[in-house]
Design a protein around this ligand. Structure first.
Ligand SMILES: NC(=O)c1ccc[n+]([C@@H]2O[C@H](COP(=O)([O-])OP(=O)(O)OC[C@H]3O[C@@H](n4cnc5c(N)ncnc54)[C@H](OP(=O)(O)O)[C@@H]3O)[C@@H](O)[C@H]2O)c1
Length: 304
C-alpha cells in the first residue's frame, strides 16, 4: 500500500515510516521544514512539503494514497500551554483526511491517548473517556475519527501509552529526567504508587503497521506494552541514572518541578491491551520502561 504519513519526521512517525517501508509499503511523508524533509527522504520515503494547517494539501495527499497514518500534532504550541489550538488543528486535519477517504474503505489511523479513560482501574479498548480541559479535547477528535467508519473509512484510533519510550525519546520521560536534573532530585508526587502504562517505540510502530494492514473499521487499538509502571519505580530508576536522591513531593511542589506535566504524573491510569493483542496478534517485545531507563540513554541525553 502507499501510505500518507503526517508527523513522519517525529519520534513515533519516523519509526512508523521505517516499519511500513520494511513491510513493503510505500510512504508519502509530510514534512514542514527542510530538516524534516531531509530526514523523511533519508528514511526512504517520498516527501510532501507542507503544514497540517494546509487542508487542501492533506486532502490531495490522502486522495492519492491507499491509507493514512495521522501522527502530526502541534506539540510546540500545546506544550507551551495552548492545547486548544493544537487540538482544533488536529480535528480539522482528521475531518479533512476523513472526507478525502470517505467511501473508499481505506484505512485512516489517528493518534490518541489513554488519559481519563478509567482512572484507578484497568481500562480496556472498550472504555471511552469524557473530554476534559486542555489535552482532553483530543477525546472528541477520536470520536470524530471513529465515526468515519459509518462513511466508508476504515478508521482506527491508536491510543498510545503516555510514554512511548526508547533511545532518542524527547517526550514526557525525557522531560521528567530534565526537570529532575534541574531540581537536583528524582521526585514523585505523593506515595508514587500511581501507575502509567508504557510502550516501547518499536512495538508502537509495529502496531500501527498491523492496524493499517488489518484492523477493522472503527477499531480502538491500545499501544500499551506494560499495563502500569509505578511512578515511584520510574523516579527510582531516574535517581540511580542521574545519581540523585529520590524524594516524595506534594502536588504543589510537583507543579513547580514539572509544570503542566505534574497533573499527568499524579494520575493512576493502568491500561490493558489484551483486546488489541488478540485482534492483531501483536506481541510487544521491547524492553519495559524501567529496563529501558537502566540502559542509560536517557541520562547521556540529559547530560549533553
Ligand atoms: N510520544 C509519546 O509518548 C506519545 C504518547 C501519546 C500520544 N502521542 C501522540 O502521538 C503522535 C506522535 O507523537 P510523537 O511523540 O511522534 O511527536 P513528535 O516527536 O513531537 O512529532 C510530531 C510530528 O508532528 C509534526 N508537526 C508538528 N506540527 C506540525 C505542523 N504544523 N505541520 C506539519 N507537521 C507538524 C512534527 O514535524 P517536525 O519534525 O517538523 O517538528 C513531527 O513530525 C502525536 O499525536 C502525539 O500527541 C505520543
Amino acid at each position: 500500500m502507499r501510505i500518507f504519513v503526517t508527523g513522519a519526521s517525529g519520534w513515533i512517525g519516523s519509526a512508523v515510516v521505517a516499519e511500513l517501508l520494511a513491510g513493503d509499503h510505500e510512504v508519502l511523508g509530510l514534512a514542514r521544514s527542510d530538516a524534516s524533509a531531509e530526514a523523511v527522504a533519508a528514511a526512504g520515503a517520498e516527501v510532501r512539503r507542507g503544514d497540517i494547517g494546509d487542508l487542501e494539501l492533506l486532502r490531495a495527499a490522502a486522495a492519492e494514497s491507499d491509507g493514512v497514518v495521522h501522527l502530526a500534532f502541534r506539540h510546540d504550541i500545546a506544550f507551551a500551554g495552548d492545547f486548544e489550538t493544537a487540538v482544533a488543528a488536529d480535528r480539522a486535519a482528521i475531518e479533512t483526511l476523513g472526507e478525502a477517504l470517505a467511501g473508499t474503505d481505506r484505512p485512516l489511523a489517528i493518534a490518541s491517548g489513554v488519559a481519563g479513560l478509567k482512572p484507578g482501574t484497568l481500562a480496556t479498548e472498550r472504555d471511552t473517556a469524557e473530554p476534559f480541559p486542555g489535552p482532553g479535547g483530543r477525546i472528541l477528535n477520536e470520536r470524530t475519527a471513529l465515526a468515519l467508519a459509518d462513511r466508508g473509512v476504515r478508521s482506527i484510533s491508536v491510543r498510545f501509552a503516555p510514554t512511548v519510550h526508547g533511545d532518542g525519546d524527547n517526550g514526557f520521560i525525557a522531560m521528567v529526567v530534565a526537570a529532575d536534573q534541574q531540581a537536583g532530585s528524582a521526585a514523585y508526587i505523593g506515595d508514587g504508587l500511581n501507575r502509567w502504562p508504557s510502550v516501547h517505540r518499536s512495538d508502537a510502530a509495529r502496531l500501527v503497521r498491523l492496524g493499517i494492514e488489518g484492523a477493522p473499521a472503527g477499531s480502538v487499538l491500545h499501544a500499551v506494552g506494560e499495563e502500569g509502571v509505578a511512578i515511584r519505580d520510574v523516579a527510582e530508576a531516574i535517581g540511580r541514572g542521574l545519581d540523585l536522591p529520590v524524594t516524595s513531593i506534594t502536588a504543589e511542589q510537583g507543579e513547580a518541578q514539572f509544570g503542566f506535566l505534574a497533573r499527568f504524573l499524579a494520575l493512576d491510569m493502568p491500561v490493558s491491551s489484551a483486546i488489541t493483542r488478540k485482534l492483531l496478534s501483536w506481541e510487544p517485545s521491547g524492553p519495559g520502561l524501567v529496563a529501558d531507563l537502566k540502559q542509560g540513554h536517557y541520562f547521556s541525553a540529559a547530560a549533553a
